[in-house]
Write a protein that binds this ligand. Structure first.
Ligand code: PXP
Length: 248
């Protein structure tokens, strides 16, 4: 079974567009947690960014209290975020790179270049029984470096695949990169999640990638929720993910 983690960051993005600096506002990320879980989401993902541009500190604690499935806390590997994670006790942490200028997380982590720092974070979080995953590009060198950090999971960055949607040859080559990366991770005993840029048109194509455990999807689900409601948007995505892994 392929699990769905619903990323609710953009519920807070919409609230901040009107209520930045205030201690209230709509839409409410906690209500989004309730509706996504009621519709069958297997987990909730939220990213507390260093600049607090969408999810705020008060949100992440309220989300922690509301989540009944699993909380996947996305964060940069900084002392401040490690301290918050140890107190928050999410079921999982996904370490992501952070660049203040980016609109959303753009590239994967450089595990090769930051192996020691990442291994230290993975050990600290692992000792607190938090499952660690590293958000990386589908690059063999990054996957091999992940094995050395002791992180049990990767989240493969599907952004390049998503961006190639109108170019069939490029899309096929990105899918092949993802599939080979998943095979390599599996051979090294690393679990495989994936996400970024997945939507109602391209998610089914991800079935070509083996060994997937979970997809983390945010923008497309929150966008679809504007017209059909969050519960329906989650159910539609779960329907598209149904039948993974494909037979044969
Ligand atoms: N996974 C990670 C690590 C991310 O940073 C993001 C974006 O916040 C996502 C998944 C979800 O991407 P999208 O919002 O494009 O579905």
């Amino acid at each position: 079974m392929l699990r769905l983690g619903v990323n609710i960051d953009h519920v807070a993005t919409l609230r901040q567009a009107r209520y930045r600096g205030l201690d209230h506002g709509e839409p409410c990320p906690v209500e989004a947690v309730r509706q996504a879980e009621a519709a069958g989401a297997h987990g909730i993902t939220a990213h507390l960014r260093e600049d607090r541009r969408h999810i705020l500190d008060r949100d992440i604690w309220a989300i922690r209290n509301a989540v009944q499935t699993r909380l996947n806390f996305e964060m940069a590997n900084t002392p401040e975020m490690i301290d918050i994670a140890l107190r928050l006790k999410p079921e999982a942490v996904c370490l992501v790179p952070e660049n203040r200028a980016e609109v959303t997380t753009e590239g994967g982590l450089d595990v090769v270049g930051q192996a020691n720092a990442i291994a230290g974070a993975a050990a600290t979080l692992g000792q607190a029984s938090i499952e660690v995953s590293l958000f990386i590009d589908p690059d063999p060198a990054q996957i091999e470096a992940t094995a050395g950090t002791g992180s049990p999971f990767i989240e493969l960055h599907t952004g390049a695949y998503a961006e190639a949607h109108s170019d069939e040859a490029k899309r096929a080559s990105e899918l092949e990169r993802l599939a080979k990366s998943a095979e390599l991770a599996k051979s090294l005993g690393i679990g495989v999640n994936a996400g970024h840029g997945l939507n109602y048109k391209n998610t089914r194509g991800i079935f070509a990638v083996p060994h997937l455990n979970e997809l983390n999807i945010g923008h497309s689900i929150v966008s679809r929720a504007v017209t059909v409601g969050l519960g329906q948007a989650v159910r539609e995505m779960l329907g598209l993910m149904d039948g993974y892994p494909p037979a044969g």
